[in-house]
Design a binder for this molecule. Structure first.
Ligand code: SF4
Ligand code: SF4
Length: 101
């Protein structure tokens, strides 16, 4: 944009964009078990866990849940093994194991 051009002038010259990706069936990612990609499996030691919730907050796949007894558990169908939970657990209650397929 030169000094004499306005934002409006630039916008008129813009190339129209086609519609991008559209999610037609919200919630369909439930069908995709990202756990099948995993190389490492995080494992929570319930005796060491202080139930701080950090792993639950940082998991990018929402693969950690709290069971009816208040214990933090990992849903291995959706845990892709990124190990963010392993790195962030403040008391090292999460270990990593090589996935056995
Ligand atoms: S981050 Fe560690 S201590 Fe905190 S809830 Fe998860 S496993 Fe337990
Ligand atoms: S390894 Fe990654 S995807 Fe699996 S539970 Fe931990 S943070 Fe979530």
């Amino acid at each position: 944009m030169t000094r004499k051009e306005t934002v409006g002038d630039v916008a008129k010259e813009s190339i129209p964009l086609n519609t991008g990706a559209v999610i037609r069936t919200p919630g369909n990612t439930k069908k995709y078990h990202t756990g099948s990609w995993r190389t490492f499996r995080p494992v929570i030691d319930q005796k060491t866990c202080i139930k701080c919730g950090t792993c639950w907050r940082v998991c990018p796949d929402a693969a950690i849940y709290i069971d009816k007894d208040g214990k933090y558990r990992i849903n291995y169908d959706y845990c892709k093994g990124c190990l963010i939970c392993f790195r962030e657990c403040p008391v090292k209650a999460i270990s990593k194991e090589l996935e056995q397929k």
